[in-house]
Design a protein around this ligand. Structure first.
Ligand code: ATP
Ligand code: MG
Length: 203
C-alpha cells in the first residue's frame, strides 16, 4: 500500500469515527416511544405502496392493522388481495370512486361521513397497532369531511397507535399535526409515456 493510500485510509477512518459519534448521540437522544402520525403526500408515485410496506412491517411484529381506503380507484389491487388474506388485517373500502367518476357532491359527502365513522372506530380500538387511512386527503380537500373533526379523532386515539395518511395535497393543518411528513416528487412517470398501470408496480 502506498503512503497516499494509507493517508486516505486514515482520513476516511477519522471521518467515519466523527460521523459515528454524531449518529450515536442522535440515537441516544431519541429515547421515547409513542404512536406516530405520518403523512405521505405529493404528486410522485409511492404514497400508498409505502403505507402498505408499513402494514407488512407491523404484521411482522405481530401487530394488528386496520386499513381504510377513502377513494376507491379500483378493486383489483395486489395489496387488497394479499392483505385481506391476513388474519390480523381489517380492510375497509369507504369511498366509492374518484370525484370525477361519481359527480355527485351530496352523495360523496354522505359516503365520506359514513366512512369517517368507520375510521373513527378504528382510531378508538387500542388493539390496532397501525391504522392506514389511504387517500384521506381528498375527502378533506373537497370539504366532505371537517378537518377539525378529523384532527380531534386523531388526537384522541390510543397513545401507542400509529396512523399513516396518504394522498396528494395534504392540508397544512394535517401536516402540522403529524410527526412525520414525507412529500414524494413526480420527476417522471411511465404513464405519461403511454404505459398503462402495471400489476405488481402500480396496482
Ligand atoms: P402507489 O399506490 O403506486 O404508491 P400513490 O399512492 O403515490 O401510488 P396515487 O395518487 O394514489 O399514488 O395513485 C395511484 C395510482 O396512480 C398508482 O397506480 C400509481 O402508479 C399511479 N400514479 C401515481 N403517481 C402518478 C403520477 N404522478 N402520474 C401518473 N400516475 C401516477
Ligand atoms: Mg395512493
Amino acid at each position: 500500500m502506498s503512503g497516499n493510500d494509507n493517508d486516505q485510509g486514515k482520513r476516511h477512518q477519522s471521518r467515519m469515527q466523527r460521523k459515528k459519534s454524531v449518529v450515536d448521540a442522535a440515537i441516544e437522544r431519541a429515547d421515547r416511544d409513542q404512536g406516530l402520525l405520518l403523512v405521505l403526500t405529493g404528486n410522485g408515485k409511492g404514497k400508498s405502496s409505502s403505507a402498505f410496506g408499513m402494514v407488512a412491517r407491523a404484521l411482522g411484529h405481530g401487530m394488528k392493522v386496520g386499513v381504510a381506503q377513502f377513494i376507491k380507484g379500483r378493486s383489483d389491487t395486489g395489496e387488497e388481495a394479499f392483505f385481506r388474506r391476513q388474519a390480523d388485517v381489517t380492510w375497509h373500502v369507504l369511498g366509492e370512486g374518484f370525484t370525477w367518476e361519481t359527480q355527485n357532491l351530496a352523495r360523496d359527502t354522505e359516503t365520506a361521513q359514513r366512512g369517517w365513522a368507520v375510521a373513527r372506530e378504528m382510531l378508538r380500538d387500542p388493539s390496532l397497532g397501525l391504522v392506514v387511512l389511504d387517500e384521506l386527503t381528498y375527502p378533506i380537500k373537497y370539504g366532505w369531511l371537517d378537518i377539525r373533526a378529523v384532527l380531534d379523532d386523531l388526537a384522541a386515539r390510543p397513545p401507542m397507535q400509529h396512523v399513516v395518511i396518504t394522498g396528494r395535497a395534504a392540508p397544512d393543518a394535517l401536516c402540522a399535526a403529524a410527526d412525520t411528513v414525507t412529500g414524494l416528487d413526480d420527476f417522471k412517470h411511465a404513464f405519461r409515456a403511454g404505459i398503462r398501470a402495471q400489476p405488481g408496480v402500480d396496482l
